[in-house]
Design a protein around this ligand. Structure first.
Ligand code: SF4
Ligand code: MG
Length: 338
């Protein structure tokens, strides 16, 4: 939506022009998410917090809904955040982000604070973003007059409360609510929610939607910078390997993030004002320049899939093949031609 049609009262304020980092050597040394947290060794969710803070810089305000990145980050007067930070309720990432963006706009309009670009970044996990907070995020995506980014860090369970199943838990994964048994081996027969396209196709007012991976850190930071420069509302979905919930040695966290992309399970793309652009290895997969690795390489490195039989792996592979061979927009939109 163009600002020209809006009353001056409703106009969005300018954002910071955060140009892409042209290579790792151009990334600043300054950290705005640093020591003082208690996340597990190898936690890729903590890694995306660090990358987002680095990409956004000091003129930022961060809100975090309940989840690992709240509880493990802010224990008793300690915090790793070097920018203003606030906790909000589990289902409130959308409303808290929108309210904060509106409050800054109001204070600036009344001359109470300097009229300068401020990044409002509202963070939620998969429980807070893909499940119980989905309604508030959906409502926020329908407000084109406020600048804010919603970042969903996806460790594919309610990890903070001991690895319960969420709407983004993958098919068949062993969680504390889907423990494989002798009679029934696959206790989670649902397929992972496809959240980014849900945001992009269901909300004509959303200006930017992206998927990222911490294993591709430079691209992840540049997606964040692009979203913040575009303004809002914007949405980013990040897949974050979780050693505790996925049951793997922490040293493999980076490799598992790469494998999720290289097997085609986690496609990387940006949708800017309705225009889709695949990037990185995902673009190469789509153009036939890189052959997807078998999902077996990814699944069998994680204890949560240790109960899988060959048939289970084959079924998982067939669903990923379907994504790339049969979907109208391969890897992104699960519609088929009639
Ligand atoms: Fe990170 Fe998972 Fe540990 Fe939570 S449980 S702090 S997401 S590794
Ligand atoms: Mg989670």
């Amino acid at each position: 939506m163009s600002d020209v049609k809006l009353s001056p009262f409703m106009k969005t304020e300018p954002t910071q022009d955060l140009e892409s980092f042209k290579g790792v050597k151009k990334v600043p040394f300054e950290e705005y998410y640093t020591s003082g947290h208690r996340t597990c060794q190898g936690c890729e969710s903590a890694q995306i917090m660090r990358l987002v803070a680095k990409a956004a810089g000091p003129r930022s305000v961060v809100l975090t809904a309940t989840g690992c990145m709240y509880v493990a980050n802010t224990s008793y007067y300690s915090t790793p955040w070097g920018v203003p930070w606030m906790h909000t309720q589990l289902g409130s990432a959308g409303s808290a982000g929108l309210g904060t963006a509106a409050a800054y706009k109001c204070l600036q309009r009344k001359g109470k604070i300097k009229n300068e670009p401020i990044n409002v970044i509202s963070i939620c996990g998969d429980g807070g973003g893909a499940d119980m907070g989905l309604n508030a995020i959906s409502a926020t995506m329908c407000h084109p007059n406020y600048n804010l980014l919603i970042l969903l860090y996806d460790n594919e369970t309610y990890a903070n409360t001991d690895i319960q199943i969420s709407g983004t838990s993958p098919y068949g994964a062993h969680t504390s609510f889907s423990t494989p048994g002798k009679v029934k081996r696959i206790m989670n027969a649902r397929w992972k929610k496809n959240v980014a396209p849900l945001m992009a196709t269901g909300h004509p007012t959303v200006k930017y939607v992206g998927t990222i991976s911490t294993s591709y850190a430079l691209q992840a930071m540049n997606c964040v910078r692009k979203a913040l420069t575009i303004g809002g509302p914007t949405f980013i979905h990040c897949l974050n390997p979780c050693p505790k919930g996925w049951d793997f040695d922490p040293i493999m966290a980076h490799e598992l993030g790469e494998l999720a992309v290289n097997t085609g399970i986690w496609p990387l793309y940006e949708i800017e004002n309705g225009v889709l652009k695949l990037y990185g290895k995902t673009e190469q997969i789509a153009n036939g320049k890189f052959k997807r690795l078998p999902v077996r390489d990814y699944l069998l490195k994680q204890g949560r899939f240790a109960h899988f039989t060959d048939d289970d792996i084959e079924y998982f592979q067939s669903k990923i093949d379907e994504m790339w061979n049969d979907w109208l927009v391969p890897g992104v939109i699960p519609l088929r031609k009639g």
